[in-house]
Design a protein around this ligand. Structure first.
Ligand code: EPU
Length: 430
């Protein structure tokens, strides 16, 4: 019997031991939807964003756009945004606290109004996550950047082109720069940019809006426009959700067909899953069939910027490797503190040793159900995955982390035969 505990947020109750079978559709990418929604601030015309997942971060982005004065309407997976009446250039603390990606409003607001005031995001459970590169870019582009009382104030007089090299590769930093430069009617060059599929999806939107952008390796050449147009765009599939569902299929010795996948965006993950022994068949037309092989082999994984292995899949792979036949090594090169899930997986019987940015995972025969805590979005996903193969019941608390980035993950897994129950917030369990 479980101890009596009070929960401050929804929890999942996962019964392990079911082999997943069936077909499931992957949603649009969270990390592409957010910058694309913020791009609508750059035009007074209406824009239509399709294939937008229904999740908390998207709701928060809609809320922020509405607070700034935009009209936002959601209809199924479509979001229609009209930013004509946006007057405010301030993104307040309460929204940035809920969603770090609100920092993506800085580039568009500066581009549109010549000024922006955005609350400074703090660190979070996966690392310090500074935005110094965003600010360094704006300063190089001629903006005055002041940080005071927890807010960044940026202001620019005459907008001019810039040649800027990022000191390190940053996804939202690159996106913020591209959003701003799309409004500047001079030539700019960005070097050492992030080329994640989500960044390229944003580039495709900015081009539809009238900006000229060429990407050559890690360099972007941009020539913006002061009259950017509205757009219609369908967001790319979520490669991290797809990867998470693939791991679920392999872990449970299941047989799952994923629909709406872009395998080209998932090379590093597909390679590692195959190396671990998974059977992956590209059926074409965005359909991929995933099964477990005869055994699950251990792996060595280093997370890297795209096209390397994504940090956003590291926690889920750790769940898989917890029951692999041998010792795996995971090196997390992107975030300095992204192993919180390891300690929770250990509560379920996993044998993991964390040393700095390395985690050594010694595969065990079985995981056991336990009461565990979600510490961040992808950590929560790894615990759900572990719960699917654990013996008995797993209770995962603080599932709001998961809701931020997955569209009804429990419904999708349950449609494949899993048994995951959502326990409402402040539930009392005995
Ligand atoms: N960094 C700096 N200075 C900066 C910017 C970044 O030092 O000015 C460091 C970060 O602290 C980190 C590294 O550079 O160590 C990479 O951070 P990056 O800026 O690329 O991350 P991000 O843009 O804040 C996006 C995704 C994350 C994903 C990372 C890495 C969005 C909204 N978020 O974050 O997604 O992990 O890129 O790929 O696109 C998630 O979906 O669970 C998630 C955390």
């Amino acid at each position: 019997m479980m101890n009596t505990t009070l929960y401050s947020s929804d929890a999942f109750l996962v019964e392990g031991g079911v082999r997943l079978r069936g077909t499931v559709r992957v949603s649009g990418a969270k990390n592409a939807s957010l910058p694309i929604m913020f791009a609508t601030l750059l035009t007074k015309e209406e824009s239509v964003v399709e294939n937008v997942p229904q999740l908390l971060d998207v709701e928060n982005a809609s809320r922020l756009l509405s607070m700034l004065g935009a009209q936002v309407e959601r209809c199924g997976d479509k979001v229609v945004i009209n930013s004509e009446r946006v007057k405010s250039f301030e993104t307040p603390k309460e929204i940035v606290r809920r969603m770090r990606a609100s920092v993506l409003s800085m580039g568009p607001l500066l581009g549109r109004f010549g000024r922006a005031r955005v609350a400074l995001p703090g660190g979070c459970s996966i690392g310090a996550r500074p935005i110094d590169q965003h600010l360094k870019f704006f300063a190089s582009a001629g903006a005055e950047v002041r940080v005071r009382d927890g807010y960044v104030n940026v202001e620019v007089g005459r907008k001019r082109g810039v040649r800027f090299r990022f000191d390190l590769i940053t996804v939202t930093g690159t996106e913020n720069a591209l959003l701003y430069l799309s409004t500047v009617e001079e030539e700019s060059c960005l070097e050492n940019i992030a080329i994640e599929p989500e960044v390229i999806d944003l580039v495709n939107v900015l081009k539809k809006m009238g900006a000229h952008i060429e990407i050559e390796g890690r360099k972007a050449l941009v020539y913006g426009s002061s009259e950017l147009k509205g757009f219609v765009h369908s967001v790319i599939p979520d490669r991290i959700e797809a990867g998470t569902l693939m791991v679920a299929a392999v872990l449970t010795d299941g047989d799952v067909i994923l629909e709406g996948v872009e395998p080209k965006h998932m090379k590093a993950v597909l390679e590692k899953l195959s190396e671990a022994g998974a059977r992956i068949d590209n059926l074409g037309g965005g359909r991929v069939r995933v099964r477990k092989g005869s055994r699950t082999s251990p792996l060595e994984i280093t997370t890297r910027e795209y096209p390397g292995f994504p940090t956003d899949m590291q926690a889920q792979m750790m769940a898989l490797l917890s029951v692999a036949e041998g010792r795996s090594v995971i090196y997390e090169s992107i975030f300095e503190n992204r192993f919180q899930h390891a300690y929770e997986l250990m509560k379920m019987g996993a044998k993991i040793e964390v040393r700095g940015r390395s985690a050594f995972v010694y595969g065990v025969d079985k995981l056991k159900g336990a009461e565990v805590n979600s510490t961040d979005l992808r950590a929560s996903a790894s615990l759900v995955l572990a719960g699917l193969v654990a013996e008995g019941t797993t209770i995962i608390k603080d599932i709001y982390h998961l809701d931020r980035g997955y569209e009804r993950l429990e419904k999708k897994l349950n449609s494949l035969g899993a048994s995951i129950e959502r326990l409402p917030s402040v539930a009392q369990l005995t």
